[in-house]
Each structure stands twice: as C-alpha cells, then as structure tokens.
Design a protein around this ligand. Structure first.
Ligand code: BG6
Ligand code: MG
Length: 215
C-alpha cells in the first residue's frame, strides 16, 4: 500500500527543467559548442550538476581540468539562479497543488526527492515549501540518480519503508533510482512510456482529473 509520494522537482513540480536547458545552452554557446540539443538535455534530466556538465563537455574537442569544470559548473549555476529570480507560483506545473492536496486528504504523505541543490530556493519561490512532509535534495546526497540515495533519504525522513513509497519522475535516471530503491515508479512528462516505470502518465493534471472521476 502506498503511504507516501516522493516527487522529483524539475520537470515534475515546476517548469525549471526549461531554465536548466536554457542555462546549459548559454554555457555551451559561450564555449563555442553549437550542437547542444534537447536530446542532450534529456540525458541531463535527474542527474547532478557535475554529471550534467559532462553531457555538455563531451561535445567539445577540448579537455578540461577538474578546476575548470568546477568553474564552468558554477558559471552555469549563476546563469540558472539568475533565471530563477522571476520564478513564482505561476511556474508550478498544472495539477500539482491539486494532486498534493488530494493525496494528503487520503492520508498519504508528500516529499520531494531532487538532485538539485537549488531545491529549497525553488520551493520557497513557488509557494510549494510548506506542502511537503520531507525534502531530500542534492544538499543531502553524495550520489546522483540513478543511485536511489536521494529517495531513500526522503523515505527515511518520512519514516516510511521504501516499499510504501511511490516516486513521480520525469527522467530515466530517476525511474531507475526509484526501482533500485524498491519503490513504485510513476513516469511523467519527458519520461512518459519509460519501460522501467510501473505506470506512465502524461501529466499530474491528467492523473488528478482521472482520480477525481472516481473520488
Ligand atoms: C535535476 C535536474 O533535478 O537537478 C538536472 O534534472 C540538474 O538537470 C540537477 O543538473 C542538479 O541541479 P542544480 O540546481 O543543483 O544544478
Ligand atoms: Mg526532473
């Protein structure tokens, strides 16, 4: 029985996946890398900032030292955080507030499980901060999805066994992490039709509308 839902953040709760893409694209262009595409960006979904940087740098002929990589990751984060300044409740994806209120009315807990170190800032700016019973993010972890660490920490913070948790994810890495962690995996949006997921939905809005029919 599902006792908790652990939501990924970027691309599941908030439209910030698009801002990540824009910031990585700006960095790629600054480095003279012109062929950075949405297909590349799909491989950045769910994984850490440094792992995302590697996806950009593999398109360059140059080699980068660890020090240069740290500086580039910081450069991208500065661009990204600047783009978050205009973030508001309007950037929360359709159906998110309704779905969270619905599961809570059924006694199911809600948590966030995201690779992003900007999770607290984003939750605050979008009015989502007080909606969750626990938050686990890149500030808590040492390993990136597809390692299940971020979700296992969320389950631990909630005090619920992994088998009682459902993860909602828009990335292949996140779906794999959920399954490795022994959780039920719901693929949404960009991860829709992921064969490793237990179920697949187009959006939280469509799931919420479907649930309401039977409520
Ligand atoms: C994930 C995104 O949620 O967070 C990745 O899907 C991103 O694309 C990762 O790289 C880390 O985010 P941040 O904000 O710590 O750079
Ligand atoms: Mg995501």
């Amino acid at each position: 029985m599902i006792k908790a839902v652990i939501f990924d953040l970027d691309g599941v709760l908030v439209t910030t996946d698009e801002l990540h893409f824009a910031a990585w694209k700006a960095l790629a262009e600054r480095l003279g890398i012109s062929g950075f595409t949405r297909a590349d960006n799909a491989r950045q979904r769910g994984v850490s900032r440094m792992a995302s940087l590697e996806v950009v740098l593999e398109k360059s002929d140059r080699e980068f030292s660890d020090k240069e990589k740290s500086a580039l990751a910081e450069e991208k984060n500065d661009i990204y955080v600047k783009s978050l300044s205009a973030l508001s409740r309007a950037d929360v994806l359709p159906g998110v507030f309704e779905f969270i209120d619905y599961i809570k009315s059924k006694g199911i807990k809600a948590a966030v499980g995201s690779a992003s170190k900007n999770t607290p800032l984003i939750l605050e700016k979008t009015g989502l901060a007080d909606k969750f019973d626990a938050v686990s993010c890149g500030l808590d972890t040492t390993r990136s999805k597809p390692d299940p660490e971020v979700f296992l920490i969320a389950a631990q913070k909630l005090g619920i066994d992994p088998c009682g948790c459902a993860v909602i994810e828009d990335s292949a890495a996140g779906i794999e992490a959920a399954k490795t962690g022994g959780m039920y995996a719901v693929a949404v949006g960009a991860a829709e039709h992921d064969p490793k997921a237990d179920i697949s939905i187009g959006s939280l809005e469509s799931l919420y509308k479907a649930l309401k029919i039977f409520a």
